[in-house]
Design a binder for this molecule. Structure first.
Ligand SMILES: *Cc1c(COP(=O)(O)O)cnc(C)c1O
Length: 434
């Protein structure tokens, strides 16, 4: 591996990343979408299979989580036009935004209030289904409301699920697993919020706390699970099931855009801005969108200036062999879920031919935009969820693929917020106000 100075000589943008500047990196390997999907080794059928599984579970989800009744047990979030925020953003950055600005409100996803309700819940459901079939309790043709029956809970009680998390993944995995009756442990990093630990313990989840960061919590969780054949470890860095659960978002967004009469084609490009931590969430969603829209969708990952692990991993193509610490960055950010020092190599490699680029955003900017979004739209998001919001400014200012066209649609993926306690949210709002 080259030394840091050699990397900076080779890729000068890295100097600005070291200096914690907000930068845009355009991926030179981004190519033909169909080829990229083919190379990934993940098929369109795999995504469809995940979608069908969520459909099978919908009656069960509807029965146990009343907030999903209206959507008949499908865990989905609104797609909202934010025209007032668009004006405010344009003013703040002195940059016209001629296209449409949409917000994908995963902050309002049922059950766990963040993007993790997609992949996390999917992986737990898939594991439960696999076990139930093994034990002869169910077939895929059955009515899945049966999963609430004692016979199922008795089987799941003998099985364990474990995960390492900065918080939101732990919430999704913990809530869903406990509901099914699993014996579930969440290994939490030091930066995980107290209210998340409290909430999980209330639901009967075992929470193990670490003084270290996210990678340590994952490593420890993985190690403990390995020695136990009845334990399923949800591997945030390498899980195909998590990835596929996220990827189902592609067909959901396609249906929502269609319903709203919004066209995506060569003359109406779609730009999507996704906050990125380890990469599974944004990677899976981007993959699902590529399946739907091919070369007409341009996906960008957004990361904190102190934790741009995917940006560095993809720029250097070292992926999980590099960490932000190698470039002198401390991985400290108020953006929950984004404080990750080393990206998923699994996701980074799959994204090489599919991702338009990455950009970074400071915590200050996230807070400013948090307050601006609350003021203009009345939507309260957690800091990480704002990372996508400067995306349109980057693509428009840098004239990427017709981003400045009035027929472009810019979709900011708001990844979380509704579970944050009111008092905590008031503090965030106050910071952005200043
Ligand atoms: C986890 C998370 C992300 C990023 O997802 P990764 O799979 O870690 O890349 C973004 N925003 C929020 C709020 C999250 O919880």
């Amino acid at each position: 591996m080259l030394q840091t100075e050699q990397w900076i000589k080779k890729l000068p943008l890295l100097q600005q990343i070291v200096d914690k500047k907000e930068v845009l990196w355009v991926n030179p390997l981004n190519g033909n979408s169909a080829n990229g999907i083919e190379q990934s080794g993940i098929s369109i059928k795999d995504v469809k299979d995940a979608s069908d599984r969520l459909q099978r579970f919908a009656p069960y989800i509807q029965a146990i989580f009343p907030e999903t009744t209206e959507a008949k047990g499908i865990i989905e979030s609104p797609l909202t036009e934010i025209a007032d925020m668009k004006q405010a953003l344009a003013r703040a950055y002195n940059t016209e935004v001629p296209g449409t600005l949409l917000l994908k409100q995963d902050n309002a996803l049922p059950i766990s209030g963040s993007i993790k309700a997609r992949g996390g819940i999917y992986e737990v459901l898939k594991h439960a289904e696999t076990l139930a079939i093994e034990y002869g309790l169910i077939t895929p043709e059955d009515d899945y409301t049966k999963f609430a029956e004692p016979a199922f809970r008795n089987v799941f009680a003998k099985h364990k699920i474990a995960v390492g998390s900065t918080g939101n993944l732990g919430l999704s995995i913990g809530i869903m697993s406990a509901q099914l009756g699993f014996n579930v442990t969440v290994h939490m990093s030091a930066d995980a919020k107290q209210w998340k630990k409290d909430l999980l313990r209330e639901k009967g989840v075992t929470v193990v706390e670490y003084a270290d960061d996210y990678s340590k919590a994952v490593e420890e969780g993985r190690r403990q699970a390995e020695s136990d054949s009845l334990c399923h470890f949800v591997d945030d860095e390498n899980s195909l099931d998590l990835f596929l659960g996220y990827a189902v978002a592609g067909e959901r967004v396609a249906a929502q855009l269609k319903e709203q009469g919004r066209v995506v084609d060569a003359d109406h490009p779609l730009f999507v801005y996704l906050p990125c931590g380890v990469g599974g969430g944004p990677g899976g969603v981007a993959f699902g969108l590529k399946v739907q829209f091919g070369d007409n969708v341009h996906c960008f990952f957004a990361e904190p200036t102190n934790a741009p692990c995917m940006t560095i991993g993809m720029m250097t193509q070292l992926h999980d062999k590099v960490s932000v610490a190698d470039f002198g960055l401390d991985n400290h950010t108020a953006a929950d879920g984004l404080a990750v020092g080393t990206p998923s190599g699994f996701v980074g490699k799959k994204m090489e031919p599919l991702l338009a680029g990455c950009y970074t955003i400071s915590d200050d900017t996230m807070f400013k935009l948090l307050t601006m979004t609350a003021d203009t739209e009345g939507i309260r998001l957690e800091p990480s969820a704002l990372a996508g919001m400067t995306g349109p400014i980057h693509t428009i200012q840098n004239d990427i693929q017709n981003a400045a066209s009035s027929s472009a649609t810019h979709l900011v993926w708001a990844t979380g917020g509704s579970m944050v306690p009111e008092t905590e949210m008031d503090i965030y709002y106050g910071i952005g106000r200043k």
